[in-house]
Write a protein that binds this ligand. Structure first.
Ligand code: G1P
Length: 292
């Protein structure tokens, strides 16, 4: 079973300045909770029990958010604000733990994942990039959970992908597949390349930022040279892994929101806002007012 998930949160979030100057971009609020909580929820829904934050000294508020806050809990209890107390104590189910490790230098996503090597040990694990929110609804089962099921059947690493317009391929990892998989299905991947130039990409299937990887990827990351952007790329280690193991591309069913970008973030607020159990109806009303 896949029980551990690495969430690389050390990035400084330059795409989200000025907000990210003093708030970690992962703590920017989507409706009424920080973006990172949606990613942690997604992982927990898929059966993850240990969240490993690969973080930076400026981002302690992320760790604090998932920790207990005794003073606040006591105050809410004394004031008999039990609904709010429940909200803050339910953020993380009891069986889930959050631990953190620092990424001492900004050497890229591959390096961030490698920082968790000793914590994952010899277990296969998930990686979730917290800039991207993956939204599944009652019609689309949690994609991460489907990837984990597929990994358990095939023992092949799983890379979540979605189609992007051809002119955007240079912003993503892009996979090479003989036949494009249907949504909810995995196919063997023939190659993967980080941010190819427009016109030279092997497909339009982009890496979303959800991976199921074997522990052996850590040894490969240790010898992965700097690649695109002069950073140690997870994509390059996955390409190396393919030399010895089958890697599959899983095509997601749900919807993605790139909360690392301002417009993607606003879109996420709209979509999560209209579905909020308490605020949704009023929020929809506001949107209708504006549309007049
Ligand atoms: C990272 C990965 C890339 C992936 C993307 C998804 O890139 O390296 O392969 O497609 O996340 O958001 P970044 O956005 O950190 O440059």
């Amino acid at each position: 079973m896949i029980k551990k998930a690495i969430l690389p949160v050390a990035g400084l979030g330059t795409r989200f300045l000025p907000a990210s100057k003093s708030i970690p971009k992962e703590m920017v609020t989507v409706v009424d909770r920080p973006a990172i909580e949606y990613v942690v929820r997604e992982a927990v829904e898929a059966g993850i029990e240990q969240i490993i934050l690969v973080t930076h000294s400026s981002k302690a508020s992320i760790e604090n958010y998932f920790d207990r806050n005794f003073e606040l809990e006591t105050t809410l209890e004394q004031k008999k604000k039990f609904d709010l107390l429940k909200e803050i104590t339910d953020i993380l189910p009891k069986h889930v733990s959050v631990i953190s490790v620092r990424q001492p230098q900004p050497l890229g996503l591959g390096h961030a994942v490698l920082c968790a090597k000793d914590i994952v040990g010899d277990e296969a694990f998930a990686v979730l990039l917290p800039d991207v929110l993956v939204k599944n609804n009652q019609y689309t089962e949690n994609d991460l959970s489907l990837m984990i099921q597929r990994f358990q059947q095939s023992q092949a690493s799983q890379i979540m992908v979605e189609a992007v317009p051809d002119h955007l391929v240079d912003q993503y990892g892009i996979v090479d597949v003989a036949v494009s998989p249907n949504e909810g299905e995995s196919v063997i991947m023939q190659g993967i390349v980080e941010k190819p130039a427009v016109g030279s990409a092997p497909s339009n299937l982009s890496v979303v930022g959800r991976y199921i990887l074997p522990a052996q990827i850590m040894a490969l990351l240790e010898t992965t040279p700097r690649g695109a952007g002069n950073e140690i790329q997870l994509t390059d280690a996955i390409a190396a892994l393919q030399q010895s193991q089958t890697v599959e591309a899983y095509r997601m069913k749900g919807q993605t929101f790139d909360c690392g970008s301002k417009i993607g973030y606003l879109k996420a607020v709209l979509h999560y806002g209209i579905e909020h159990p308490k605020l949704g109806a009023d929020f929809k009303g506001l949107i209708q007012e504006l549309a007049l």
